[in-house]
Design a protein around this ligand. Structure first.
Ligand code: PLP
Length: 465
């Protein structure tokens, strides 16, 4: 029997596992666009095949892949296809899957330029492209992180550093215990990851100054308290339920003049700013100081991929700063100065491939098409007796309600059971709602029709239950 190293060298040489993985991947793609969106009961049941104790002995690589293919693939949620409308979950553009597949074997870690010249180069290139796409200042810095949870954290960390520095306090050196007090101001519809970031940064969420929002979930500008150098104001591009945008034109410029740091959580909505017909939604956002946005949502790159953008590179780099005697500084860009982590995967490769493939025009087209599909869904479902749409469909989100909360919940349960599409629930104005989030390049008009038919049938069934 070969020793471990000999065995692995042999596997590498034959490449049979890579070939098998590739073939399995191809057949997955052949079926995933048409199959049940949520795993069948049988597929869920078969997950028991993974329940075992820690293996004592070495396994067989082809059997491992076969197990994954046979019982793993069917238990995936088909978020890649066109009828997954849960949460705000992007699909993946075909080019990004291919680029990810190639770069998987590169296994790059773009912490420093010297560690991955290609990773570092693509981060520098994409940073520049993002400034252009979102019309941001030339020195805007970008950090490439796992998602908007972390991007919110980074933007707010930069704001914390910058505001305290203005007040004569270095938070890196002195911490928060006896620092000047910062005020955190946000809308009562802020995303839960914003609240988490506020807690992680030591502000304490009980200290948040909450601002009232209107019927669409937008901050009411006149309700924002008096602002000054001690303030961090957090706004939103894309409410996770209604998809609405805070009025940046009315808020950002004057808040900035008063000395507040403005952070925008634009997880899926910031991309409106990169379109031809929807960019009015983000007008004024350029007056903010930091922005968080996902690539794995609206832009449809594979998981995980988020971006923090910051108008003050020094504040971002200072907040996320690190030193070490073995660090080698590059000439162009060392990614770790813009992120909390030192080691990260080179997710920039898929992001670069997406933007290179789409171009400015393609990004606009992709996002506008999602909006059109959401509008179509709104129009079609409004014609079905028993459903009502509650929000203005300004972007990709549709909130649907039945006559009673009970009917809404039963209808949603039936839709999920039918598996033609998948939608989740939420709470809106103290009522239960079904959230429909159109976030896939692959959603066709036919997908919308199929989903509406499933809604109709599921409500009819709920009325009989
Ligand atoms: C999804 C979302 C987040 C969190 O982003 P992750 O990529 O899941 O970490 C934050 N804010 C809003 C508005 C979101 O939709």
């Amino acid at each position: 029997m070969k020793n471990l190293q000999e065995q692995m060298l042999h596997e590498l040489e034959t490449k049979s596992d890579l070939t098998a993985a590739h073939d399995y991947a191809k057949s997955y793609i052949d079926t995933v666009f048409d199959r049940n969106i949520y795993p069948s009961e049988e597929a869920l049941e078969n997950l028991k095949h993974f329940e075992e104790g820690l293996p004592e002995q070495r396994g067989d690589s082809s059997e491992i892949l076969e197990l994954l293919n046979t019982h793993g693939g069917p238990a995936t949620v088909a978020t890649l296809g066109g009828r997954y409308f849960g949460f705000v979950n992007g699909s993946s553009l075909p080019i990004t899957l291919a680029a990810k597949s190639l770069s998987t074997v590169w296994d790059q870690a773009p912490a420093m330029q010297v560690l991955s010249p290609i990773g570092s180069k693509l981060e520098a290139v994409v940073e520049n492209w993002l400034r252009q796409l979102f019309n941001l200042a030339d020195n805007t810095a970008a950090g490439f992180v796992s998602g908007t949870s972390l991007a919110n954290f980074c933007g707010l960390a930069a704001g914390r550093f910058h505001q305290l520095e203005k007040l004569g306090w270095n938070v890196n050196e002195n911490g928060l215990n006896s620092s000047p007090k910062l005020r955190i101001i946000t809308g009562n519809q802020a995303h839960s990851t914003v609240i988490k970031a506020i807690s992680l940064l030591g502000f304490g969420y009980k200290n948040i100054e909450w601002v009232d929002t209107d019927d669409q979930g937008r901050i009411i500008p006149s309700q924002i308290p008096e602002l000054d150098d001690s303030c961090i104001l957090i706004l939103q591009a894309g409410n996770v339920n209604s998809g609405s945008f805070d009025d940046f034109k009315a808020i950002c410029q004057s808040a900035s003049k008063k000395g507040a740091w403005i952070h925008i959580d634009g997880a899926f909505g910031l991309w409106a700013g990169a379109t031809k017909s929807l960019s009015h939604l983000t007008h004024g956002m350029e007056h903010a100081h930091s922005w968080a946005v996902d690539a794995h949502k609206t832009l449809n790159t594979p998981y995980d991929s988020g971006i923090v953008l910051c108008k003050h590179p020094e504040a971002l780099k200072s907040a996320l700063h690190m030193t070490g005697s073995y660090i080698v500084k590059g000439e162009e860009r060392d990614g770790m100065f813009y992120t909390p982590e030192m080691s990260r995967r080179a997710r920039i490769i898929e992001l670069w491939a997406a933007l290179k493939y789409l171009g400015k025009e393609g990004v606009s087209d992709l996002v506008e098409t999602m909006h059109h599909r959401a509008t179509m869904f709104k129009n079609e479902i409004s014609k079905v007796e028993g459903f009502e749409v509650l929000n203005d469909v300004v972007f990709n989100q549709v909130l649907v309600q039945c006559e009673t909360d009970k009917l809404t919940q039963h209808a949603m349960f039936n839709i999920q059971q039918e598996r033609v599409c998948w939608v989740g629930g939420s709470q809106w104005k103290n009522r239960k709602v079904i959230r429909v989030s159109i976030c896939s390049w692959a959603t066709t008009e036919d997908d919308i029709s199929k989903a509406v038919a499933s809604f109709k049938q599921s409500l009819a069934k709920a009325k009989k239950q």
